[in-house]
Design a protein around this ligand. Structure first.
Ligand SMILES: Cc1ncc(COP(=O)(O)O)c(C=O)c1O
Length: 286
């Protein structure tokens, strides 16, 4: 079965999708995107993804070209046209094609592109043994709450991780934890789950919210506050979270063991709670 994508009102095979070279997404990275995980053909937390899309569009002063109902229908359509019950739907809105000039063009139609790929959850080995990460200072811009397609900073960061055989790179700005190249970060210190608050320095992760809700509903002590690098380095547990990674324990940082070098008890509890929660939500949607 061919990959079917959506581009500006039409469904087509991926290889037939074309955009003009003057599209501002191509020229300036002037656009925003979303990725929603789909389990058993049901999008997970779609309302929250649509709310974050609106936040990103507002952040770059671009009108939302579709209503939430239209987005929802489109996502269900693309899922139906592609194979596999578990998919990751990616879509982006750019400011459209116009003569190259930094200022926003007047009355240009935004470009809307959507595709879906097979969704792979982390292999058992990563869940059971944890993953290695490295650290670096966060050199990205100061609007990281916008899910912008301008991901060069994140790509450079991720490549450093790949070069070091690590899964992710945990970043610090002025000595405080921000996030990782494509994940949010949590730490456990003396039984308390900590993560930086949502602000302009981090992407407001959908999984971040799920983890916090699960912690609160299950009596895991939790605080959203600034986390100093020294606290993170001395933490018993460090986790990364994202829609595709779900929750993974970081068991080494820059080659040094985190805690005893194995996924900790709070992680194991949260991982089980997350799987249970996913199943309950999906059963309700079915
Ligand atoms: C920079 C960054 N932070 C955090 C996340 C996690 O967000 P979510 O849980 O919505 O996938 C992502 C996801 O791609 C990301 O790119």
């Amino acid at each position: 079965m061919k990959d079917i994508v959506y581009l500006n009102g039409e469904f087509m095979p991926l290889e037939d999708a074309r955009i003009p070279v003057l599209d501002r997404g191509f020229i300036f990275g002037d656009g925003v995107y979303e990725v929603v995980p789909v389990y058993s053909r049901h999008p997970f937390r779609l309302a929250e993804h649509l709310r974050r899309l609106q936040h990103s569009l507002d952040g770059i002063r671009l009108l939302n070209p579709l209503s939430d109902d239209e987005w929802t229908k489109l996502i269900h359509d693309i899922v139906a046209r592609n194979s596999g019950d578990d998919q990751a739907v990616y879509w982006q809105v750019t400011r459209g094609a116009a003569k190259r000039a930094h200022e926003f063009p007047l009355s240009v139609k935004p470009t809307v592109f959507m595709m879906s790929n097979a969704m792979t959850t982390p292999p058992r080995e990563q869940v059971e043994n944890g993953v290695p990460c490295i650290t670096m200072s966060d050199f990205r811009w100061l609007k990281c709450d916008i899910k912008s397609v301008s991901l060069l900073g994140n790509c450079l960061a991720k490549q450093l991780a790949v070069d070091a055989d690590a899964l992710e790179v945990v970043m610090f700005r002025d000595g405080y934890l921000t996030e990782a190249s494509a994940s949010n970060v949590f730490v456990v210190r003396d039984g308390v789950l900590l993560t930086p608050p949502k602000n302009h320095l981090v992407l407001p992760g959908i999984t971040y919210d799920v983890v916090i809700e699960l912690a609160e509903a299950n009596g895991i002590p939790f605080e959203a506050r600034e986390v100093h690098e020294t606290e993170l380095r001395a933490a018993q547990e460090v986790w990364v979270t994202s829609s595709t990674k779900e929750v993974l324990a970081v068991t080494s940082l820059d080659g040094r063991a985190v805690g005893d070098g194995k996924p900790g008890p709070v992680f194991r509890r949260m991982h089980a709670l997350y799987q249970q929660f996913k199943q309950t939500v999906m059963r309700r949607a079915a």
